[in-house]
Write a protein that binds this ligand. Structure first.
Ligand code: ZN
Length: 508
C-alpha cells in the first residue's frame, strides 16, 4: 500500500478538505461584502458569516481530528518524509489543531467581545484624538493577548510575545527579529539623515496630474498581464482598502483603489496585490485545500507583493518599458515626464508621520517603532498609559518628525485595537525576504534589467514559482529563506539594494 493510500490519512484528508471548502466558501461571502454587496445587506451577511464561522470552528476542533492526527503521527510510513505532501500536511494540521484547541471557549468569547468594543473605542479616540478613551481597552486587549499567549505557551528559550508572532510567522521570535532589525535601524536612520541634509528631492509634480480612472484601470490591467497575472483565474475590482482574496489557485482575485491624481497610488496597490496574487495562483492546484498548497506566512506573502511593487515597479528598467505606455494610455498630462523622472519621483524619500503613506525607505522605521513598543508593553517595561509619550519620542529620534497629536501618532493603526500583536514585523520581514530572494534570482538568472526594459518578467516569475510558490507550506519561513538563498535572513541585501537606489535618485 502506498503511503497516501493509508486509511487514517485518507479519512483525515477528507475532513480537512471539506473544512477548506467551508472556509473558502466563507471567503466568497467576505469578498462579496467588500466588492459587490449593497450596503443594506450587511446585517444578513453578518449572520451568514457568524454562522459559518461557528460551524468552521466546530468542525476544525472536533476530537476526531485529534484522534486521527495522533494515529497518523504514530505511523512511520507517514512521518518519515517531513517535506512530502502528507508530511507537510500532518505537521501543519497539528499546528492548527493545537492552536485552535488550546484556547478555552470562555477566553475566545471574552476576546471577541472585548475586541469589538475596543475597536469602536479606538475609532472614537482617533476621531477626537483622545488617547484616554482608548487606554482602558488597550490595557484589556494586552491582558487578554498575554493570556492567549500563555495558553499557547512561550517556545523554549523564548518569550510570551513569540507565541503570538508564531500565528503570523511560524517560528519567528523577538530575539532573532531584534538581531535583524537592530543594524538595519541604524543604517536606515543614517541614510535618511543624509538624504535630508545633502540630497536633492526628486520632482514629484506628476502626481498632481489628473488621470481618468478608466485609463488608470486599463494601464493597471496591462501591467498585471505583463507580470503574468492570469485573468482566466482572477479578476481586478475596486474596494476602499486594496486586498487579495484566494479561494483556490484557480480563483485568485485582487482589488485596488483609484484617485484622479497620484496615479502611482493605484499602480503601486495593483502591483502589490498582483504580487500577492501571483503567489496564490502559483500554489500547486493538485493539493488545493491542504497546507501543501497554502502560503507559509505573512512575511513570505509580503515578500512577493513588495518584490513586484518595489523591486520591479520602482526600478529604472520598469520605467524604461512603461513610460511610452504611460504617455499613450494615461494621457498627455504626463508626456512632459520621461522615464528618469518617473524613476526618481517614485523613489522619493521623505520622513512622515503616517505608516501607510510612508515611502520604501522610511517605512521600515515605522515598523521598528511599533515592534519595539509592543515588546516593551509585553515585557512590562512600558505601561499602556505611557505609550503616547514613548511613541512620540521614537518618532522624533528615528524619523526626525514631531507628532502633533495622538490621532497622527499612536492611534493611527487599527492593529492594537483588534488585539493583533506580533503582526507588525511581518511587513519589514517581507521587505527583507524580498530583497534577499531578488538578489538570489539575479545571481541565478543574471541581471534582468534588459528584460524588464522590454516588459518581460516571465523569467523572474518562473523562478519565483519554482523556488517559492510551488513550495506551499513545506518549509517554515526561515527554512525557506535558507533553502532558496543559501543564507539566513539578514538585512544586507535589502540595505544595499535600497542604498544604491536612494543615492541614485537623490544625487548623493
Ligand atoms: Zn501586502
Amino acid at each position: 500500500m502506498s503511503q497516501i493510500d493509508h486509511d487514517k490519512y485518507r479519512k483525515l484528508l477528507k475532513i480537512q478538505q471539506n473544512n477548506a471548502l467551508l472556509k473558502t466558501s466563507q471567503a466568497v461571502l467576505g469578498w462579496d461584502q467588500e466588492v459587490m454587496m449593497p450596503k443594506g445587506g450587511i446585517e444578513w451577511r453578518a449572520r451568514q458569516l457568524g454562522f459559518l464561522a461557528g460551524l468552521a470552528h466546530e468542525r476544525s476542533t472536533t476530537p476526531e481530528i485529534g484522534k486521527l492526527l495522533q494515529e497518523c503521527e504514530q505511523d512511520q510510513t507517514l512521518t518519515s518524509a517531513p517535506r512530502s505532501v502528507h508530511g507537510t500536511n500532518l505537521r501543519m494540521w497539528r499546528r492548527e489543531y493545537d492552536k485552535a484547541t488550546k484556547l478555552p471557549v470562555s477566553l475566545v468569547k471574552e476576546i471577541a467581545e472585548t475586541r469589538s468594543l475596543a475597536q469602536s473605542a479606538w475609532s472614537e479616540a482617533k476621531d477626537k484624538s483622545d488617547f484616554s478613551i482608548f487606554l482602558p481597552f488597550l490595557e484589556k486587549n494586552l491582558e487578554l493577548s498575554k493570556r492567549e499567549a500563555e495558553c499557547y505557551g512561550a517556545p523554549e528559550g523564548g518569550e510570551l510575545w513569540d507565541a503570538l508572532a508564531d500565528n503570523y510567522e511560524p517560528g519567528a521570535n523577538a530575539k532573532e527579529i531584534s538581531e535583524i532589525f537592530g543594524p538595519l535601524r541604524d543604517r536606515l536612520a543614517a541614510l535618511i539623515q543624509e538624504v535630508q541634509e545633502k540630497g536633492s528631492a526628486p520632482d514629484t509634480s506628476f502626481l498632481d496630474v489628473a488621470v481618468p480612472i478608466s485609463r488608470q484601470d486599463k494601464f493597471g490591467r496591462l501591467v498585471l498581464e505583463s507580470m503574468g497575472y492570469d485573468f482566466n483565474h482572477g479578476r481586478l475590482d475596486e474596494s476602499s482598502h486594496p486586498f487579495t482574496q484566494s479561494f483556490s489557485p484557480a480563483d485568485v482575485r485582487i482589488t485596488t483603489r483609484y484617485q484622479e491624481t497620484n496615479f502611482l497610488d493605484a499602480l503601486g496597490s495593483t502591483m502589490h496585490e498582483g504580487g500577492h496574487a501571483l503567489y496564490e495562483q502559483g500554489l500547486p492546484m493538485e493539493t488545493a485545500g491542504t497546507p501543501a498548497s497554502e502560503a507559509i506566512s505573512l512575511g513570505i506573502h509580503e515578500s512577493q507583493s513588495r518584490l513586484w511593487e518595489n523591486m520591479v515597479g520602482r526600478s529604472r528598467s520598469f520605467w524604461q518599458w512603461s513610460t511610452p505606455l504611460v504617455h499613450d494610455i494615461l494621457g498627455s498630462g504626463l508626456t512632459p515626464y520621461d522615464s528618469e523622472a518617473f524613476y526618481r519621483g517614485s523613489n522619493r524619500v521623505q520622513a512622515s508621520l503616517i505608516r501607510v503613506e510612508a515611502d520604501e525607505t522610511t517605512y521600515n522605521l515605522h515598523i521598528m517603532i511599533r515592534f519595539e513598543l509592543e515588546l516593551r508593553l509585553f515585557r512590562g517595561t512600558l505601561e499602556a498609559k505611557d505609550l503616547p509619550c514613548a511613541w512620540n519620542k521614537l518618532y522624533q529620534s528615528l524619523l526626525g518628525v514631531k507628532v502633533p497629536n495622538d490621532a497622527k501618532g499612536c492611534l493611527q493603526d487599527i492593529h492594537w485595537a483588534l488585539g493583533i500583536f506580533g503582526y507588525f514585523p511581518t511587513y519589514t520581514l517581507g521587505n527583507l525576504y524580498a530583497a534577499q530572494f531578488f538578489a538570489k534570482a539575479e545571481e541565478d538568472l543574471g541581471c534582468m534589467d534588459d528584460a524588464f526594459a522590454k516588459g518581460q518578467f516571465k523569467t523572474l516569475l518562473a523562478w519565483l514559482r519554482e523556488k517559492i510558490h510551488r513550495q506551499g507550506s513545506r518549509f517554515f519561513p526561515g527554512e525557506l529563506c535558507e533553502q532558496v538563498t543559501g543564507r539566513k535572513l539578514s538585512s544586507d541585501a535589502f540595505f544595499s539594494y535600497l542604498e544604491k537606489k536612494v543615492r541614485e535618485t537623490h544625487g548623493i
